[in-house]
Design a protein around this ligand. Sequence first.
Ligand SMILES: [Mg+2]
Length: 393
Amino acid sequence: MGERIILHCDLNNFFASVSLLFNPTLVSLPVAVCGDRENRHGIILAKNETAKRFGVKTAETIYEAKKKCPELVTLPPLMEKYREYSKKAHCIYERYTDMIEPFGIDECWLDVTGSTLLFGSGEEIADRIRKDIKRELGITVSVGVSFNKTFAKLGSDMKKPDAVTVITRQNFREKVWPLPASVLLFAGRKTSEKLRSCGVYTVGDVANCSDSTLTRLLGKNGIELKRRAEGLDFSPVITPSAEDKPKSIGRSVTGAEDFTDAGMVWSTFLTLARSVSDSLRGHNLFASGVQVHIRTASLSVKEFSKTYREATNSGYIIAKRGIELLNQNYNFSEPLRSVGIRAIGLRESGAVQEDVFGNSEKQAAQEKIEDSVYLLRKKFGKSSITRASEKKQ
Ligand SMILES: [Mg+2]
């Protein structure tokens, strides 16, 4: 088969753009989507172009942002709407190919190699997608077109909003090689520092660096990086299949010392459930049940589970349900060697029923706070926000 044609579609300022669809009178103002707006230490999750021009940055506090831009309008995140619009964009992509690999809520790779007879060149398909998204959803997308995933992704970042960038075998040295080496890295700062210390600043420098130097600096990853810089990224666009949706998501741990009371288990459950919760969010799933798994010091194993009226993706709520379940079923007659918590009864939406049951509102608020934290950690890496209670492990 000949050259592959890969698109990378990145919805521009996704959260801010979708939020503005539901607040149309604010479109011309500087606007940011923020977690915990009542608190001036609340954090900027996303901003529109106008706010960007004032220098407002993602992950800074509302207080810092307002120093630069006193008129900044803050909006709460609308997670349900973001999921809905992400799905709608996906449906548009599906008109052009069924080979689609999502990357986060607002990005997808598309392999359109087999679609050119029907729809034209890669650039033409990208342009159709750009127009469809704008006309039908009222938001914009930047599309990178190239012969591999790495360059397609770099392309989508070069011109925005509402633009198409084509990176070919002929022009990639000119377009991609001047970019800082860090754009190739998912790993981040430490690695780029190592590279800089050896005079490797740009993507071109990586491509021209000797194998031995890169291996010495970064091990096996060094060669992988160089291949990507040279345009030798052959990784396929992988469409997640329905079978990839998990039936349950669990985490367990053997303690450094035995657990002698529920207090010790609680902080561990929080950590484990946070990881379960990230995984649920990654799959767009909610858990309607919780299962607790324990192994005693004498190695006997017990399991308890319960289902609830309201499904949740909150780590805190899952941990809380877990500890209640443990307290109802186990009295620590013997210390525990290991504990685990599992989200079961997974489904695609949380059942947030109106105030009849009282708890829903609190639960929704908890889920929203965690949504914000989750989004930031996805963007800036695991360590950017860690709750004090998690630091123990
Ligand atoms: Mg985006």
